[in-house]
Structures are given as C-alpha cells and as structure tokens.
Design a protein around this ligand. Sequence first.
Ligand code: FAD
Length: 591
Amino acid sequence: TLSTLVKFKNQNIIAIDGDNLVFCIAEGESEIEIEVGKTTRICGIMPILQRETIVTTNGLRWNLDKTPLEFGTLISSSNELTSNKMILRIFRRSFSQKIQQHQLQHEYDLIVIGGGSGGLSCSKAASDLGARVALIDAVQPTPDGKSWGIGGTCANVGCIPKKLMHHAAIVGRELKHAEKYGWKSSGNSQHNWSTLVEVVNDRIKANNWVYRVQLNEKGIKYYNAFGTIIDRNTVSTQGVDKKKTSNILKAKNIVISTGLRPIYPKIEGAELGITSDDLFSLEKSPGKTLVVGGGYVALECAGLLADLGHDVDLLIRSEPLKNFDKDCVDKVVSNLESHGVNIKWRDEVVKVEKSGENLEKKRVHFKNSDDPIQYDTVIWAMGRKPNISKIGLENVKVSQSAKNGRILADEFDRTSQDGIYAIGDIVFNRNELTPLAIQSGKLLAKRLFDGSKEIVEYEKVATTVFTPLELSTIGLTEHDALRLYGEHDIEIYHSYFTPFEHVISQDSDSKYCYVKLICMRNEPQNILGLHFVGPNAAEIMQGFAVAFRRGITFSDIKSTIAIHPCSAEEFLKLQITKRSGLDPRVAGCCG
Ligand code: FAD
C-alpha cells in the first residue's frame, strides 16, 4: 500500500482513491517522492518506460537488471528497504517514441528463443499439444553484412544451400559425361555463379515463407526480434524493425535453441575472409579460393567449389574429419584432390591483407612458407561457437561448458536453471545435426505438454559428409571398435566397387568408392558400424540406419535379397574380411 504521498512535482494527479494513486506522467523528467512501508507494492501502468528511465533513491531499490519494467507491476524488494522515503524519477519520451517503445507484457506457456531446426520443431509440437507459444528469432548480421530469415542455419546458410550447391556440382560432372550417353552437348558448360546463387536463394526465401505461414496457422506468436532472458520466467524482445519494438514476455517454460556461428581466427586481417554464412549468397563468383579447416563444412565447401570450376586450396592444420572412419576419410580426401582441390597440410594462416589493383583480393601469409598467396576469397571453416551473446545467460543460473561455452543440459534438455531448457547445437556435447535438433525439440514439447517421458537417443545416428563422393556412416568406426573390443573380437568386411553411375563414364571417382561393415567376430556377428563412400551415400545409409538401430547381425544382411542393380547392394555382397588380406576390389556385377 502507498502510505503517504510526500511530494509530487510537475504532475497531474488524476485521482487519489484510498491507497491508490493514479497519476499521469508529463513529458520530460518528473519526480514523485513517496513514503513507503516495508511491504509497499508499487503498481504502474507504464507502457512507455525503458529500464534506464527509472531511478529510485533513498535506499529503496529495485534490482532493475532482474526485475523487468513491465506493463503492470513493479514490486519493491522489501528486504532491501533502508529508508521509508523514495523518489521515483521518471523520464518520459515524446508521444511518437512512446508508441515505438511500447512494452507490453504477454503470457505464454512456452517461449522459444531461436527459430532454427530445434526451435521451430519445439514450437510447432508444443502448439499442436495446445500450448500458447511465442517464438523469438533474429539473426546477427555477418561482418560482411549478410542476414537471413526464419529457419536458422540449416534452412538459410547450412544443409539446404549446401546440398543444392553440392547437387549443382554433380550436375556439372554429369554434363561432362553426357556425350558418352548420346546426349549432344551445347559445348558451353561453363558455370554461372550468379544464376546458382539466385536460384538457391529463391528456394531459401520460399522456405522462410513456408515457416512463417506454418507458425501463423498454428497460432504461434512469432517475434522477429532478439530475445534476452531477464529471469527464469521472463524474456524481453528487441525487434529488428526500424522502431526496434520491444516486448516483455512471460512463460513458465523457456527453451534456448540459439545455435552456433562460425569462428573467425584471431589474426590480422581475419575480417577480409568470409564464412559459410556468406558463401551461399555471395554475389561475386568466389574465384581462386582458400578454404581453411578440416571439418565437414570445410571439405564440403572445397569440394563443391572445385567442381563448380574454381581454383581451390584447402588448408588442413591437423586431421580431417576427426570422428569418421580413417579408411573412408582417406578415400574422401584423395578424391577431393582428384577433383582439383589442392590440400595444404599442417599449415596455418598468420595474416591476411588486401591486395590486387582495386584491393579486392586477399594476400594470405602462411606460417610455414615465406611466400604469400593471393586469393579472391578466403573462407574460414574452423569450427563454430555458441550463439549466446544476446540471450542474457548472466541473468539466470544456466551453466555453460568451460571448454567451449556451450550450454550444459541433461538428457531431458534441462539446464541448471529450473524452467529453462536447451536444445540443438547450442548444447554441449551434442552432434551438430539438424535431425537431432528437430527430434530434441519435438520430444521436449511432448515431455512438457503431454506427460511423455521419451528422450532422444543420441547414439546410433547416421550422418553424411556431402563431399564430391559422399561419405555416410552409422555406428562405430574401425578405430573405436578396435579400442572397445580388440582386434581378436571384431570382424571387418570391406570392398571397393564401381557404382553404375560410373560404368559407362569410366569416371575415375570409382576407384575411391568403398564400403565397410564392422561386426563382432563371434556369432551372431552383431553389426557395430556401417560406412559407405560413393554417390548417393546419404540415401543408402538412411535405410540401413533404421535396421541398425533395431540391432542387426551380419547374417541378417547376408540373408536379405538385394535390390539389383544399385550401390546399396554392395553391403549385401560383402564377403572379404580385412583380416584375410585379400584384394577387396569387386569384379563382375551379376553373380
Ligand atoms: P540454428 O539452426 O542455428 O538456429 C538458431 C537460431 O537462433 C538462428 O536463427 C539464430 O540467428 C537465432 N538466435 C540466436 N540468438 C538469438 C537471440 N538472442 N534471439 C533470437 N534469436 C536468436 N546438419 C545436418 O544434419 N546435415 C547437413 O548436411 C548439415 N550441413 C550443414 C552445413 C553447414 C555449412 C552448416 C553451418 C551446418 C550444417 N548442418 C547440417 C548443421 C545444422 O545446420 C545444425 O545442426 C542445425 O541448424 C542446428 O539447429 P539449431 O536449432 O540448434 O540452431
């Protein structure tokens, strides 16, 4: 209760009604001095206020970092009261600003911060279960100024544009062989980068639109804004519109799914390079390109650019594709080289500077060489860091990994702060894969709003590297199987094969196509891992993944009647073990 009004300057009092004082704040700075009791509760309908516009004195403080100014209520923290007088200083902006900065409080069952694969799936599943959902998504522009719409990394700057460009590269390779199949070639198979960027980005925009329609249809409130957690139930939004519209949202549950962003090296001139966030919408053809990194993004970008006709150097400081089967990685890397990618092993970039006539080129200095090299484009693909700079983790008790800053969450996606969950790439020790983020989002929504106990099984997940020859895999690598069971207890079947795509074209790629199956040596020879290097590897492995998750044996594979002729049947034809030392090259095709 408001006890006594001591001073009330420059204001129009509208009414004093018992304990309630109703007033109107004039434009400019105003002061209200009031006497307060220990349990004073001050309610203000102050939709125009920004946090920094309130100053209180005489010892009564609101913890303004933690207590949002909201349309409705400001509650004093009574145990911090050291005086019974307080001055509330308020600065009111002009009427037009008042409209722009209008802060309203909205109540939801679930607030999701981040509208990528994880956030979208969680929001949609929660809404299907009857929850009132707000989804907040915005993109911090790249240093090159690029930004994009809803859908997160996968839809805008990851899987989708990457796969479309990978396919563009395959089309180019097929064109080279077209005449062998009787097609008349126009003789002009030069690639036009701008056309590709245009069609890829049209596709992306179409996807952005579909997401927005879906959110609308499901009644999910979409805020194209940055979300900042203020306390365990409150999120403020700052719109990316010109007016920077802000809102205060409240919910019992908050999900963080803000993903990762590429890392720039800490070297002079790093800003002259770009990342995969810029590549797929790059207006100018990349030209002579240096790709720096040994992960899948680096190898995929290098491969597709080389196949699109660019001169590509790939700098790998240590081991490429660390968690994949070594034999398969060797094939993929040799195949990249055969596609014209020049691999610079065990070196580092130490400096990049502008060069060329119009200073449009980049001169790159390497650690192990005195001669710098000039490139048109430098792409950093050296890993990704958590996208957490704007999400207000400092306001809540959400723990992060000391190793890489990612959020720590348990198998139920719970963070160390009650009511706050994390899903997708932002979570420590989770594989960076869209389908995992999607599944986590869906199952979390079911646990929150449908009483489900189901959790994601993070083991036994198939994945593919979309290099010119794709590498697809599920289960243990040979190295891990040996480490876990020892050489005596495991059996490895393998073979080289010629995919039908290469039979007539005599494509040199066929010498890298390889299939490997790892199983226990003793009956029933449970399968531990499947690995495939060849065309359409992703399509092939998806079906095997279903079976593998159920637990299959080598005799299950051998007794399955093949689909003929196709590359997937190579798994069914396996008979040569690595232990035997026999030549694993397959000859003949039909029996
Ligand atoms: P994201 O999709 O990154 O979404 C996070 C969203 O949150 C973003 O829109 C971000 O801008 C937004 N955000 C961040 N902070 C805030 C904030 N404070 N307020 C509001 N919004 C915020 N995976 C595969 O499975 N297959 C592939 O072939 C594949 N290829 C890839 C290729 C590349 C080049 C890259 C970079 C990634 C690829 N991935 C692939 C990985 C895949 O894209 C990610 O695993 C997936 O997008 C993760 O989803 P997410 O929801 O965790 O995060």
